[in-house]
Write a protein that binds this ligand. Sequence first.
Ligand SMILES: [Ca+2]
Ligand SMILES: [Ca+2]
Length: 355
Amino acid sequence: MNQNAKTFNYRYSLIVCSFFCCTLLWMNAIVKAEEPERPVPLIFDTDIGNDVDDVLALGMIHALEARGDCKLLAVTITKDNPLAASFTDAVNTFYGKGEIPIGICRSGVTPQKGKFNVLAQKKDNGKLRYPHDLKDAKQIPDAVTVLRKALGGAKDGSVVIAQVGFSTNLANLLKSTGDDISPLTGKQLVKQKVKLLSIMAGAFEKIPRKGKLVDHLEYNIIKDIPAAQKLAQEWPTPVVWSGYEIGLSVPYPHESIEEDYNYTPHHPLAEAYILYNPPPHNRPTWDLTSVLYAVFPHRGYFGLSDSGDVDVKDNGLTTFKKNDQGHHRYLKLNDAQRQRLIEALVQLSSQPPAK
Ligand SMILES: [Ca+2]
Ligand SMILES: [Ca+2]
């Protein structure tokens, strides 16, 4: 080989190598662009106290935070009873996160104590079983203030919200005007800061009842229909709905409640479950599914519908219409996904607090 041919080969090799390196970097960039940034800044909006899936979902969030997958910015509550905030603070404190901001609403919606939020007041030998410092409703800020602060302090386009109760707080956030926290209106703030709203509400399949398939008017919608309508019509960023049928088809195995939480004499998740509806009841995993999707949207735990629009009728029925320009989708599940999902939900809910 003469000198010219050697030089040509050397240059050719350099060009080919550069091409492959650039391609690898480019592919890596694409994968990174699709993966949400870790930890995902997360807000949990819940009607905790009305059903126990909210409590398991909150436990999951703490496990995900311990794994570096999310960072819980705030919890806002749509059950109008102050014990809901005290119990939330007690659970957060159990997981070593008693400082997380909590906000409440005064909506009059589901004002009852509920079956398990009373655990916040439970004492053994004169001491709180689940220590916490949020004991007086007067101490607790309004949910919209907490939401505006959490969003105002976040990076643009980064925040994920899991809403697993009524739409009261997020509808009120959309109505909010500029203030000391941010000059932006609530809607502008959401548009600027919120990447995804993962919501457990509505139903996108007919539900079997008494041998027939019927339309289901879902609880989180019918308890505050005007708020759900406002959210469906006006939320300015992508919304993914976990319909009633999803959590219903993935029951939490009661054996886990009996076996997996015994690493401590008293566990707020297991005790709440038992007070709500004890084993051998397998509770549907409604709220857990919205939390898992919020933090792992790219991991194939669920299938997704086409893009479209969700409409909330005046009686609370949710309907979906395909529309390429729409920014709503709903979750779907096949049998293989269901098995993998149950395993993930059990492992995350029952993970002991980080040391
Ligand atoms: Ca606290
Ligand atoms: Ca709930």
